[in-house]
Design a protein around this ligand. Structure first.
Ligand code: BMA
Length: 352
């Protein structure tokens, strides 16, 4: 009896592992195929709140402007590390249960999903922005917060493993932790840990997630302020771990963005090509989009020149009136965004 149970549970574990792996391969294939056609548009927290609304059902600022959903939805799982109940919410007040429902729904419609993780500082339990020079070191094996951090990673595994189709298959997701690490503002930033410590943080995370059966994840690396390919690869965790060669770049100054964006895209697409990976502009945007033709005059002419699978703009906060990156009905760039939507190289949900 005991042996039978053991055999059955081993078989089930294998099925789980292989279905995760197969789904992951399908997702990578889809991303590669997409890059031939154009690039997907992604929006963070798109179906859960918008410029003037919070947690309504069946709403999306992007849909209200274009009649279509973004091809890619992004959510953040910051605070999953403290989550003990299904009622808990992330750092931007998105309930994890709602996030799960939206991911399943979007996947069923053929869309893609990415998750970032603004994980708390392991020493202070403060936010990701609570920087301290030894934080990374303390979560690595032998570190004083290692056990605690492994539990945090296990919470991530439990959450992603709970996101399944109706027939029980784990939904493949692009996971993008420890982002913008060439900057100094997050506790995993270059100023706060050595190259080796940063890489070990990644390796430990990916290994643990795999051990917990989360084999459906594909991984995006997204540093920013890149000098050249050598700089990009300095902290790159490795080809065996990373699937997506990403970067984050926002427009704070028009002419700087115009000159830096092509350089950054050149770096990531060159590396993606030589490492046989997928390139993506993992975060970008202009806060408040005051430039009414920004989408077709500033963003599109540059990104259309590079083989990237997607670009993602950040959230339309409902409680910060100027903190939005996608247009909503009546916003000054809304009609220009429709032109962007109609361009043959931009891919939204209906194009997938
Ligand atoms: C930042 C801002 C914050 C938010 C954080 C994590 O860029 O949007 O308001 O809490 O991302 O999503």
């Amino acid at each position: 009896m005991k042996t039978a149970i053991l055999i059955i549970s081993a078989a089930l574990a294998m099925a789980g592992c292989c279905s995760g792996d197969k789904n992951k391969k399908d997702l990578l294939q889809k991303l590669k195929a997409t890059t031939e056609k154009g690039f997907m548009f992604g929006h963070h927290d798109d179906p859960v709140y918008g410029h003037t609304w919070y947690l309504d059902s069946n709403r999306s600022d992007v849909k209200e402007v274009t009649g279509d959903m973004p091809a890619l939805l992004s959510f953040d799982i910051g605070r999953i590390e403290f989550s003990t109940s299904p009622k808990d919410s992330n750092l931007d007040k998105v309930p994890f249960a709602r996030m799960r429902r939206e991911i399943i729904h979007h996947h069923e419609k053929g869309g893609l999903v990415t998750l970032s993780w603004h994980v708390a500082n392991p020493i202070t339990d403060g936010g990701s922005w609570d920087v301290g020079d030894s934080s990374v070191q303390t979560v690595l094996p032998q570190g004083s917060n290692h056990k605690k951090f492994i539990q945090w990673i296990d919470n991530v595994a439990d959450f992603v493993n709970s996101i399944k189709t109706k027939d029980g298959k784990k939904i493949p997701i692009i996971f993008r932790p420890y982002h913008e690490n060439t900057g100094f503002w997050f506790w995993w930033g270059a100023k706060h840990c050595t190259v080796e410590q940063y890489k070990e943080l990644w390796r430990m995370t990916v290994n643990r997630l795999k051990e917990k059966g989360a084999t459906q994840l594909i991984y995006a690396y997204s540093p920013q302020e890149l000098k050249d390919t050598t700089h990009y690869l300095e902290r790159y965790p490795g080809d065996d771990i990373i699937d997506i060669i990403g970067t984050d770049l926002y427009q704070f100054n028009d002419s700087i963005y115009q000159s830096v964006l092509p350089q950054q895209l050149e770096i990531i697409t060159t590396i993606a090509k030589t490492h046989n990976k997928v390139a993506a502009l993992t975060e970008t945007g202009l806060e408040g989009i005051p430039d009414s033709t920004w989408w077709t005059e500033k963003l599109l002419p540059i990104v259309a020149e590079y083989p990237i699978a997607y670009l993602l703009v950040w959230r339309n906060a409902c409680d910060r009136p100027t903190h939005y990156y996608a247009p909503f009905k009546g916003q000054v760039s809304a009609s220009n965004f429709v032109q962007f939507y109609n361009h043959p190289r931009t891919l939204f949900l209906k194009n997938l």
